[in-house]
Write a new protein. Sequence first.
Length: 70
Amino acid sequence: MEKTADTNLALLKLQLLFHGIRAAKDLPSPLTNPFGLVHLVLPEKVAVSVHLNTNGTQSPFVLRQDAGRF
């Protein structure tokens, strides 16, 4: 996730905690830890652990792999 000049990391972290994250179909399994959490590092080394949203439509955030990066 690239940081833009107007990215509010605190707001992004709260949105991720509220919505969770969906996983693209090509990601390795298992993606979560035993508690169903995905550990992410946002720009500026801001860490967040979010639930994997398996509903598929309830989260605007998708974790995908692109050129070996997530």
